[in-house]
Design a protein around this ligand. Sequence first.
Ligand SMILES: Nc1nc2c(c(=O)[nH]1)N[C@H]1C(S)=C(S)[C@@H](COP(=O)(O)OP(=O)(O)OC[C@H]3O[C@@H](n4cnc5c(=O)[nH]c(N)nc54)[C@H](O)[C@@H]3O)O[C@H]1N2
Ligand SMILES: Nc1nc2c(c(=O)[nH]1)N[C@H]1C(S)=C(S)[C@@H](COP(=O)(O)OP(=O)(O)OC[C@H]3O[C@@H](n4cnc5c(=O)[nH]c(N)nc54)[C@H](O)[C@@H]3O)O[C@H]1N2
Ligand code: SF4
Ligand SMILES: [Mo]
Length: 702
Amino acid sequence: MTDGARTATRRGSRPEQVATHCPYCALQCGMVLSATGDGVEVGARDFPTNRGGLCQKGWTAADLLDHPDRLTTPLLRDRPGGELRLATWDEALDRVAAGVQDVQHRHGPDAVAVFGGGGLTNEKAYALGRFARVTLRTRHIDYNGRWCMSSAAAAGNRAFGIDRGLPFPLADLGRADTLLLVGANPAETMPPLMRHVTDLRERGGRLIVVDPRATATARQADLHLQPLPGTDLAVANALLHIALTEGWLDRAYVAERTTGFDEVRRTVAGYWPAEVERLSGVPVADLYATARALATVDRAVILTARGAEQHAKGVDTVTAFINLALALGLPGRPGSGYGCLTGQGNGQGGREHGQKADQLPGYRRIDDPAAREHVAGVWGVDPDALPGPGVPAYQLLDALGTPSGARALLVFGSNPVVSAPRAARVESRLRALDLLVVADFVRSETAELADVVLPVAQWAEEDGTMTNLEGRVLRRRALREPPAGVRTELEILAALAGRLTDGAPLPTDPREVFAELGRASAGGPADYAGITWDRIDADTGVFWPCPDRDGPDTPRLFADRFPTPDGRARFHAVTHRPAAEPVCADYPLHFTTGRVLAQYQSGAQTRRVAALRRAAPGGFVELHPDLAARLGVTEGAPVRVVSRRGELRAPARLSTAIRPDTVFAPFHWPGAQRANSVTNDALDPVSGMPEFKICAVRVEPA
Ligand SMILES: Nc1nc2c(c(=O)[nH]1)N[C@H]1C(S)=C(S)[C@@H](COP(=O)(O)OP(=O)(O)OC[C@H]3O[C@@H](n4cnc5c(=O)[nH]c(N)nc54)[C@H](O)[C@@H]3O)O[C@H]1N2
Ligand SMILES: Nc1nc2c(c(=O)[nH]1)N[C@H]1C(S)=C(S)[C@@H](COP(=O)(O)OP(=O)(O)OC[C@H]3O[C@@H](n4cnc5c(=O)[nH]c(N)nc54)[C@H](O)[C@@H]3O)O[C@H]1N2
Ligand code: SF4
Ligand SMILES: [Mo]
């Protein structure tokens, strides 16, 4: 079935089969959904990203549609400490509207906050931003992408003047001679992506992986660098140091296409490979081999993901790898470049259209008068009525219920009780609210704390668009109606806007919302003005920027110029600094976190899928056998991982794949196994990214 073969948009005329995409990660694998007598069947579909493959999460995605845990009625808590009870939509929406009005009356518009998600469609993310700014008039909106993409986004904007995760189609990886993956484990986090890596290797290309653990991805690599967590920046500077001393730079490119190299040259001159070996544990010979493999081939690609980015120096770490890429002349060279692997299903689009605290649709800045004027025009409001910038996600959550923070919170598409750093503290902040509203299709751990829970449609029940990790705008297509009692976010926002204002109602038809989004984004960095649903349907998606209906889209960026004022990319000199929390006698080990193949994020969805629960039944603590022996811990024995902020308890998993000075736990489980009870809430000063990937702990038998 081709991408545009069938579209289902009109209610009441649903087809038996639709071509759509997986609800989970940013690879947005192509899927065919078929209505069977008693449910929905998932089939794989050939699409340029997944080339016919799906991972276990994708295959089982339909299991949640008719799951017994599925919410089909709003829930309401009548008094603090009481139980959630079934409610009608009118009761629930009236309660939200009254709560919002009461809080705003007592504490002003900013006392209501909105927390969005990178899994929302473009239409929903856009509508949520508009709802916050126009209906609620609050500056407080941010989203879980702050914990995901924000460091790479800030570094990309700083260097290239634009933030598109991959500035080229994914298939370019297959044609590269060298691929350097830094803090990325796609064999578990985006398994079908590895088909492109297989292409590369079959052509004789080399894969180099930088990860403190010998992951499933690292085991396929030609070279695995196994640094201490939090030392990637120094590694990148050492690689550039080597390229410089070996005369491997692309001097013409640096001279013609970049600015600011001189200071970077002076800075990296101090990153002697032998010193970086002492700091990171990566042998000098491996540093040389990596620099050579990147610098002496025709086509080289450097990709970062959360391992390098989720640090209090995440922006500078990404910048160090961008500096390396620029010095080697990679960005814009065919088949080469730097990119970051976006994570959530709509992690890319979700960060372009107004869920971010400082941003208006089209990736415009909310503090830019021209941007305010343009977007206010589309929204039919006075530019001066738009609020100013808010604060990044963690600051927003950490202030809830305090005199300086919001007193009501509306959550759409996130489960921060499990996924936020220093989660016990965030949980207590949520409990301190006057009003917590959660829109979800299951009773997530965050929904359990809510005063009002609003049941929403799932991916197979809604139309819209998603923007995948390549910047390719795709169509999500509905196979069936939502179950009775369930509403879409667009319907919920419109109903609330109707109760809260007497202005023009918000549109509830996603196609109409997308057209409005296009107008609002016109002329902005992420320009969708030329994209229509029909145009997406006619092909395998449309790459932004795409300003004109009749003009081309942009699969590859940077061929001739960068979208900066002078058309050049900008180097920024960056220096290594230690993790926010160094190890010490009481907390002598490094703790890092991440993902396993069969669970997704906070696990609210995937922990409910039987096949995935069987594959990954619970949390664990990965530690080296030598460390385990020292601690007197055996395989499967319960251990406690203790930091200054809290502890997690889970069975030990002994593995020589991890450094003996580092322990790892996945973050998909709540309660005693919650990794984020332990993590550090130190933030990157530029991006607001928390330091999920390193803090100091001790491990004890439990
Ligand atoms: N199965 C599954 N797939 C997913 C998701 C999921 O939850 N489950 N989530 C999706 C989302 S939103 C995202 S953001 C992506 C994330 O995709 P990835 O970034 O690939 O996932 P992580 O496991 O968080 O981190 C990758 C690796 O970073 C390593 N690491 C830890 N600390 C450091 C360090 O200091 N330096 C370096 N170089 N590496 C380090 C970890 O050992 C880990 O193997 O996955 C997406 N796909
Ligand atoms: N320790 C540690 N913590 C981390 C990370 C890490 O690597 N280590 N990674 C971070 C990263 S990269 C990310 S992206 C975050 C993600 O963490 P979360 O923001 O918690 O992400 P999800 O678990 O995907 O939460 C989505 C919730 O919304 C619901 N949902 C799904 N789709 C929709 C929808 O369309 N509408 C609505 N209303 N609800 C929906 C789901 O059922 C689920 O309850 O976690 C971060 N936390
Ligand atoms: S790789 Fe991502 S998009 Fe593809 S099937 Fe798995 S979770 Fe879905
Ligand atoms: Mo993410």
